[in-house]
Ligand binder design. Structure first.
Ligand code: FAD
Length: 465
């Protein structure tokens, strides 16, 4: 009664989790208010994540593929890069999508409130924007406040040190860039900057890039970037960064000893941390762990019955498709349906060249948990389509239950690995076995055949490649 506004459901954050939840809840008849602190809807994914990075990666791919053709009889002149137009095109792609969301919200009568939301209690949020404050009373709420880049404490305050958001702004192309972190985001951005002319050094603490994926799946990418980049340093730590006029002096400590080097730019891509501690959750009686993650059950409910949480803020993997699926579940439960999040597998993809993707069980996970499996790998050197598109170093690996032949997981490296992974994700969800895949007629010549052929290898119907 004392609140400035009321809603059946308040959703905090308009990323892929939040907008999916808000739209679904509105479609199910709830009166929904969506609170977003940024001027545009879409969250990290649309504004400074998945979408702008894929636009720039597409540009990088065109440049790299054109260069690669010079060895096969088609030589292009060195590309002329107009960075302002490239940036404008990327912003245009983002703008089309975020603008589209505003239209979708309007059609569903989802009320959008601009500002930063914080709980005042179990049924009340306060929204602050540009000095203005207002309260919204709600029956139920969904927290979808996402995550932000981790900032290493020893990095100096210097404009030449950027995170993924800064990298996507594409302010300029440095001569020499250090990428801190050999995970998906660091490797994707490295690919873009390299194609646009920067010399790249990657430094990674672990003993392989993309530590979440199996080593054999990452190997073709590793081999290519070792040729392409100035340096790929594994098992190496950056211990000091000093700002100097000529650049940033970086001290490395690793298996190959200690060294110092000068870089024009540093991209810090060492991970993301959830925003769970920034929304006054304690005032609503919601428990948030030390790292800022909010714990939820399979219906996406927090420790408080009427408040749900979804997306990056509830845990790994921090991926847009996971956030969206969780958002749908939370909205349906809020509307009284009996939904639950019970995905058997969530695919992960690095959209590098070549792409690296995995879904379901990995060999690393199977070994560490003692899960029995048998694997079958189809090398892309035996795929006509892969050869015809310079992807012959790729591999499609499937993991099967040794007794039933059920598909447990897959790792794929090569062009379009992300697209190919969808077939295996479906196979896992449907409890398909090797025979289901091998008896499915895949179009020829496509990369998708490598999935059916890996299943045939498992069945023993192909023995000699
Ligand atoms: P977010 O997208 O983080 O959205 C949260 C929203 O909440 C933000 O808009 C924020 O402004 C708002 N907010 C936060 N606190 C408040 C508050 N108190 N009040 C009001 N609003 C608030 N994932 C993929 O699946 N595929 C990819 O290719 C991919 N590429 C990526 C590339 C980069 C460079 C980065 C950084 C991320 C990428 N991701 C990718 C990850 C993906 O962006 C996230 O997993 C996804 O955006 C998470 O969605 P979310 O809804 O949980 O939160």
């Amino acid at each position: 009664p004392d609140a400035d506004a009321e809603a059946d459901l308040v959703v905090i954050g308009a990323g892929p989790g939040g907008y999916t939840a808000a739209f679904r809840a509105a479609d199910l008849g709830l009166n929904v208010t969506l609170v977003e602190r940024d001027p545009n809807l879409g969250g990290v994914c649309l504004n400074v994540g998945c979408i702008p990075s894929k636009a720039l990666l597409h540009a990088a791919k065109v440049i790299d593929e054109a260069a690669a053709m010079s060895g096969h009889g088609i030589a292009f002149p060195k590309p002329e890069i107009d960075i302002d137009r490239l940036r404008a095109w990327k912003s245009d792609v983002v703008g089309k999508l975020t603008g589209g969301l505003t239209g979708l919200a309007k059609r569903r009568k989802v009320k959008i409130v601009r500002g930063s939301a914080a709980f005042e209690g179990g049924n009340l949020v306060r929204v602050s924007h540009a000095g203005d404050e207002k309260t919204i009373a709600f029956k139920q709420a969904i927290i979808a406040c996402g995550s932000e880049p981790v900032r290493l404490p020893f990095l100096p305050d210097d404009d030449r040190i950027i995170d993924s958001t800064g990298a996507l702004e594409l302010a300029d192309i440095p001569k020499r860039m250090l990428v801190l972190g050999g995970g998906i985001i660091g490797l994707e951005m490295a690919q873009v900057y390299h194609a646009l002319g920067a010399g790249i050094t990657i430094v990674e603490l672990m003993d392989q890039i993309i530590p979440g994926a199996d080593r054999d799946i990452v190997a073709p990418l590793m081999k290519r970037i070792e040729q392409r980049y100035e340096n790929v340093l594994l098992k190496t730590k950056v211990t000091k960064v000093q700002s100097e006029k000529a650049g940033m002096r970086v001290t490395f400590e690793g298996s190959e000893g200690t060294g110092e080097e000068l870089f024009d730019k540093i991209l810090s891509a060492v991970g993301r941390r959830p925003n769970g501690r920034l929304i006054g959750a304690e005032k609503a009686g919601i428990s948030v762990d030390e790292g800022g993650f909010i714990r939820v059950d399979r219906q996406m409910r927090t420790s408080r019955e009427n408040i749900f949480a979804i997306g990056d803020v509830v845990g790994q993997p921090m991926l847009a498709h996971k956030a969206a699926h969780e958002g749908k579940v939370a909205a349906e439960v809020a509307a009284g349906q009996k939904s639950a999040f019970d995905a058997r597998a969530i695919p992960s993809v690095a959209y590098t060249e070549p792409e690296v993707g995995w879904v379901g069980l990995t060999e690393n996970e199977a070994r560490s948990k003692g899960i029995a499996y048998r694997k079958a790998s189809f090398p892309w050197a035996a795929s006509g389509r892969a050869l015809a598109m310079a992807g012959s170093d790729g591999v499609s690996k499937l993991l099967f239950d040794p007794d039933s032949g059920r598909v447990l997981g897959a790792g794929i490296c090569g062009p379009n690995a992300g697209e190919l992974l969808a077939e295996v994700a479906l196979a896992i969800e449907m409890g398909a076995d090797a025979e289901d895949l091998s008896l499915t007629i895949h179009p020829h010549p496509t990369l998708s055949e490598t999935i059916g052929l890996a299943a045939e290898i498992f069945e023993g119907t192909i023995t000699d490649l």
